[in-house]
Design a protein around this ligand. Structure first.
Ligand code: EPU
Length: 420
């Protein structure tokens, strides 16, 4: 297993190229199951989660070739319909093959995804939405067995305890595009990754309306054709580097970052005193004066993303004053707190609320990465901490940050990957 060693205290300056979005790539790869024609996806990041999804598609009979950031998916054996436990258990997002299999192959056998370190992650909304479309769903031997021979359009309410669901919306959308008649998804997620998925499906011939809102309409078509699509850039990766600029008192240009997809984070960073400018082809982020604490509540898009909560907490941990972070998407997503505290942060948890008393500085320590975004927050803390921070179990980072240490090195960080 690899670990990262970061010696903190360097001001980061320069340009970072933002990669294609992991959370767009996963459902878009699943969407290729909706056709037997060839699909080409561009700007696909090289990440272990993407490798897992490609393995699942291969398992489902697709022939996949990757050249750099371009992935070509061709039809092979289109009768296969089983996404096995060995793969699904390593990545919950594998569940997004369910809707496409039900719609196109009329049968799905997808392993029930297990628990998750960021808290309970039920799939009731996925199953409810697909059942409302007329799919026959049962659970047998740890697998979701779906039969889609009778699916037809319907009006579906897809809100849960925590609001809309990104991948449940993706699953229902993918099933609805091939279901006879009209489907309306109420309380749909409208994350930029859902809009990108709808854009790809439309290129394949789907009829989708309103995907930037919480009410998506779909008119089913008989068949989809192949398409070529370039993925949007990763707003969570961009947000993480924005915070790297702020925490290191740096000045970073994020090439390819989309300003409009990051408004909630930009608003909070500006309130804290960070200078942020929309520039041709990206965003410039600069530290200009001591920062102020801010209060943040995570919410579905266009609210503050839960996927940037941990990284924001690292910044607030070294910002003078008290800030409060309320997690409303995954109320238990706070595994980074104890590790940040080991580095000298003063963070107290009260249920889904973290109260952060900013400290003057953090000190490097051996810490353990426990999920993707928690790991990113430890990297940010390491960049500003005095001395060396050793982050173990960094395979989590490899799931979601393309080329992390090289990108950071290029803008001045003292970071290296070593074998444990
Ligand atoms: N929820 C339910 N029932 C469901 C589905 C979700 O109650 O059937 C709840 C969840 O437990 C959670 C909330 O609804 O409290 C929102 O979860 P959502 O379904 O939107 O999450 P997801 O679609 O499984 C995606 C991202 C996550 C990101 C969340 C929230 C992908 C591949 N994953 O997951 O990304 O945190 O949306 O924005 O798109 C990450 O990249 O690190 C990551 C975890």
């Amino acid at each position: 297993m690899d670990k990262l060693i970061i010696k903190g205290g360097r001001r980061l300056k320069g340009t970072v190229m933002i990669s294609g979005a992991k959370n767009a790539a996963l459902p878009l790869l699943a969407a290729t199951l909706l056709t037997d024609a060839t699909c080409i996806l561009k700007n696909v990041p090289a990440l272990s989660d993407i490798d897992t999804m490609m393995k699942i598609l291969t398992e489902l009979g697709k022939e996949i070739a990757r050249t750099g950031n371009v992935v070509t998916v061709k039809s092979g054996d289109s009768k296969k319909c089983r996404a096995p436990y060995e793969l699904v258990s390593t990545m919950r997002a594998s569940i997004c093959v369910l809707g496409a299999l039900i719609a196109k192959r009329k049968r799905a056998e997808v392993s029930f995804p297990g628990g998750c370190v960021i808290g309970p992650r039920p799939i009731d909304l996925h199953l409810k939405g697909l059942k409302d479309l007329g799919a026959d769903i049962s659970v047998k031997g740890g697998y979701i067995i779906g039969n889609g021979s009778g699916i037809r359009g319907n009006r579906i309410y897809l809100g849960g305890h925590f609001g809309s669901s990104v991948l449940a919306t993706a699953n229902v959308l993918m099933a609805a595009v091939l279901a006879r008649g009209k489907t309306i998804i109420e309380n749909a997620a409208c994350e930029p990754e859902i809009v990108d998925l709808a854009g790809f499906l439309k290129k394949m011939g789907a009829k989708i309306y309103g995907e930037t809102s919480h009410r998506i309409e779909v008119v089913g078509v008989k068949k989809l054709h192949g398409a070529t699509h370039s993925l949007i850039s990763d707003r969570i990766e961009a947000g993480t580097y924005m915070l790297a600029a702020a925490i290191t008192k740096g000045d970073i240009f994020l090439k390819n970052a989309v300003y409009d997809n990051l408004l909630a984070l930009i608003d909070k960073l500006k309130e804290a005193g960070v200078r942020i400018e929309k520039r041709g082809g990206g965003i410039r982020v600069r530290y200009v004066k001591p920062l102020k604490p801010v209060d943040v509540t995570t919410l579905p898009y266009p609210g503050f993303p839960t996927d940037i909560q941990a990284q924001m907490m690292a910044l607030m941990a070294v910002t003078d004053g008290i800030s409060v972070i309320t997690e409303k998407v995954y109320p238990e997503r706070f595994i980074h707190v104890s590790e940040l505290n080991r580095m000298g942060a003063q963070i107290v948890l009260e249920g889904p609320i973290a109260i952060i008393k900013g400290v003057k500085g953090l000190s490097g320590a051996p810490v353990m990465a426990s999920d993707l975004r928690a790991s990113a927050s430890l990297v940010l803390a390491g960049l500003v901490a005095k001395g060396a921070t050793e982050i173990s179990r960094i395979y989590h980072l490899d799931r979601g940050y393309e080329n992390l240490e090289n990108k950071l090195k290029k803008i001045g960080a003292d970071i290296k990957r070593v074998k444990e």
